[in-house]
Design a protein around this ligand. Structure first.
Ligand SMILES: [Zn+2]
Length: 234
């Protein structure tokens, strides 16, 4: 893999990283891309999958579309695409179809990378089109952005789970009071300990509404335990 990148390459990858940061700020997976022809930037874009609800809205695809529109030709011969992440199979395929001449990427994508991390689309010589591809430019910066994004996401999930446990606690207290009130109507002087052992009271055990409300309580308790288990895993 060629590791010698020009000053121009570096500048273009910095632009792509700026695009990736724009995605980050929109809570999108931070991937950015820039398309150049000669010394001109003809398109730049970032991932907008979440915003658009579109699984194909990857930075590279959007860049290819904008670039083709800008030059009025779908053949992007002579163009170089800079992307902060190793392209996926979809984007790698689109790059070949668009006749892009050269691709430079930043950090490897272990799960979806099409240039060796998962599979290598570019390993074999293509019968009609040769694409030059090289990775690792500003790898640390691109990878850090990804790590930061997924760490943030994990922490947000943790906060949500803590809030859920609090909510479940409130629901459980509410439901216990409801059960106690029900039980008090059926058996005078019943205590909260009694309702936890309703088997001792046939009147409670056989009461359909009591049984139903008891089932609701157990459901909430089970849900709370599941969230607690998730929190312990993290
Ligand atoms: Zn892609």
């Amino acid at each position: 893999m060629a590791k010698d990148f020009s000053i121009f390459d570096q500048k273009m990858m910095q632009l792509a990283l700026e695009e990736a940061k724009l995605a980050f700020n929109k809570e999108e997976v931070p991937v950015g891309a820039v398309l150049t022809l000669g010394d001109q930037v003809i398109a730049r874009a970032h991932n907008t999958m979440e915003t658009k609800g579109d699984p194909t809205a990857h930075a590279e695809i959007l860049c290819i579309r904008k670039g083709a529109e800008a030059i009025g030709d779908w053949r992007l011969l002579g163009a170089t695409l800079y992307t902060t992440l190793e392209p996926c199979v979809m984007c790698g395929g689109a790059m070949l179809l668009a006749r892009i001449t050269r691709v430079v990427w930043g950090a490897p994508d272990i799960r979806h990378g099409s240039n060796g991390s998962w599979i290598d689309l570019f390993e074999k010589k293509h019968p009609t089109h040769q694409l030059e591809i090289a990775g690792g430019l500003y790898e640390e910066e691109a990878a850090n952005l990804m790590r930061l994004f997924f760490k943030d996401k994990g922490q947000n999930m943790k906060k949500t789970n803590f809030l859920l446990v609090e909510l479940f606690d409130e629901l459980i207290a509410f439901q216990e009071t409801k059960l106690l009130n029900y039980a008090a109507e059926i058996i005078p002087n019943v205590t909260s300990d009694d309702i936890l052992q309703p088997n001792d009271y046939d009147e409670l055990e056989n009461h359909p509404f009591f049984r139903y409300e008891e089932g609701v309580l157990k459901g909430i308790q089970t849900a709370k335990m599941a969230v607690l288990a998730k929190l312990r895993e993290d």
